[in-house]
Structure formats: structure tokens, C-alpha cells
Design a protein around this ligand. Sequence first.
Ligand code: TXA
Ligand code: MG
Length: 322
Amino acid sequence: MTNLDTLYLNADDHNIYRSAQILADGGIVAFPTETVYGLGADACNDHAVAKVFAAKGRPNFNPLIIHLADLTDVTKYARLNDQAKVLAAAFWPGPLSMVLPLADVSPLSELVTAGLNTVAIRIPEHPIGHALITAFGGAIAAPSANPSGRISPTSPQHVMDGLAGKIDVVLDGGNCQVGLESTIITITHDDQIVLLRAGGISVESIEAVIGRPVLRDEQPDVPQSPGQLLSHYAPSAHLQMNINQRLPNHAHLGFGDMECDLNLSVQGDVVEAGANLFSMLRKIDSFAERHALVGITVAPIPEQGLGLAINDRLKRAAAPRD
Ligand code: TXA
Ligand code: MG
């Protein structure tokens, strides 16, 4: 199949089935999850996975998350110890990805794992994403459906804006509810939980389940999780964080009751701000461009709950670019 023309499909039962067929035939399909839209391929098909890297312009050393429909499927791909089972019971389906040791015999394309002996696994909660994985009947490898290094998509239109003509299908499931990518954790040999990427499940809620602190990745400069590469999620305009008021010639993205051009959450709610973050970054970026402004400023966001993930994405959006 060629993907010069991207099919834009409403996510009814027929089109979910059709998209699953396209995946089975080696095509690449953008589909909704509760976090962001993913760009899916059959995780066991090298050629299909290679198309995902090509469409995104993603470096090959950056591994992908596999998306499964059900906990019973996990052991086909990875080893699940007792600690992982506790987290799975608490947070799956949902916005948590676990980096687990690969199963002894793995059917996955090595492009998915980038040759590592671990694999990142997620069971999404979104009914359409879930239905697609079920209809496909296997593991769907999916990074976020955006050109590498750009802002992640939380609507089908965002996907089209970045990847139209480069992918086979966009399955329209409306706006993503969480709006931030999944939280990624790994489990050490002595059962410590290490945070690799802050995301849609708060650290506090993981700590409440395990009854001890989640550790932070000790070497963030040697990314275990290349989503930690700096200058990611980049808007076109220069961005500054932690700015309390509007500056001349800047577009201001607010939080809480304040004067601004767009507000992530007037109530100062980090969950609402997370859901709005990527779409508002896109809007304020084009606003800044249309008005020939110097850059974007963003109000301080508390470092609590999903605020940790929001500040992480903003730091990367603010990072110097090559
Ligand atoms: O919410 C999400 O996680 C979305 C949706 C589509 O599921 N996906 C997503 O994928 O954000 P992506 O490719 O943009 O980010 C996946 C991150 C990357 O930073 C990658 O380095 C890390 O997961 N990762 C994947 N496999 C890994 C592994 N075996 N070890 C460590 N990090 C891994
Ligand atoms: Mg991404």
C-alpha cells in the first residue's frame, strides 16, 4: 500500500476493523490513546516498524513502546515479576508504560527494542485504541504520531498537520483526555521503581500503591529513555518558563487567574493544564508567529501531580536547539 494519500477515518467498528487489516498488511496507522495519538505498526514486522521511524524522522536508536490489549498478552513479550504485577493491577489499562526484561524468545522486531534486552509495554485505556489493538490481535508498536522532536498530537488534526501523506491512516477518536504521554518506569533487580519519564500517572499515585519512594533516573544525561533527550516537544518560537507576567512582545501562556493570551487552567488545576498543554502550545506558537512576537512565556506550574510531567515537557520545549 502507498501512503501518499493518508486515509482519514471515523472510528466506527468498520473502520477500526479496516485499520487493523492495514496494520496486518504492514501499513502504519495513527490511533487515539488517552495520552496522545500513537503512530502504530505491527511490532513483529521489521518493515512496518521501519516505516514508522521513516515517517517520523526518528533516530533508529530510540526504542518504541508496544501497546497490548490485555494483561494476559504481556508474557508473550516480557517477563513480569511480582512488583510489575502490582503496578499492572493498579494502573493498567492506563497511562503507565513499564520497561520490562524481554521474554526469552521474543517475536518483536529488533527495531522496536533498538537491540536492548528490555521492552516498554503499555495497555491503553482509550476505547478506540483498545478496540484497534484487540481487532489487530497482537502488539502494536507506537511512538507519538508527530515528526520527531516536535509537539505530540492530542487530536487527529494535529496528526494530519505533521504527517499527512506520510502515513496510511488517521483513525479519528477526537481529543485525548490526558494529553501528556504515559509515565515510564522501570524496576531494578532489588524491586526499586525508577522513573524514566514523568507522564500521565503521577509519581505520588505510584508511591501510594508501592508504599515507598519512586527513584529518579540517576543519569538523566545518559538517557535510558531517549524521550529524555533535550530539545524535544519544540514549538517554533523561543519559549521561557516560570514567567509570572506578560512581557512586551511575548505571547503569554497562563496558569491560574492571570492576564495572558491563553490559559492552561484558570482554576490552577494541573490535570486540566496537562490536557490542554500540547494543543495550547501549538495555538500560542502560531499566534506568536502571526503577530511576529519575540517568543512565548509560560507561567510557573507547581511541581506536584501532573505538574511534574508538564514542567518536564516545558523544559524540553525551552531547551536550546541545534
Ligand atoms: O503515551 C505514550 O507513551 C505515547 C502513546 C502513543 O503510547 N507514546 C510515546 O512514545 O510517547 P514515544 O516513542 O514518543 O516515547 C517512548 C519513550 C521514548 O523516550 C523511548 O526512549 C522510551 O519510551 N523507551 C521505549 N523502550 C524503551 C526501553 N526498552 N528502555 C527504555 N526506554 C524505552
Ligand atoms: Mg514522542
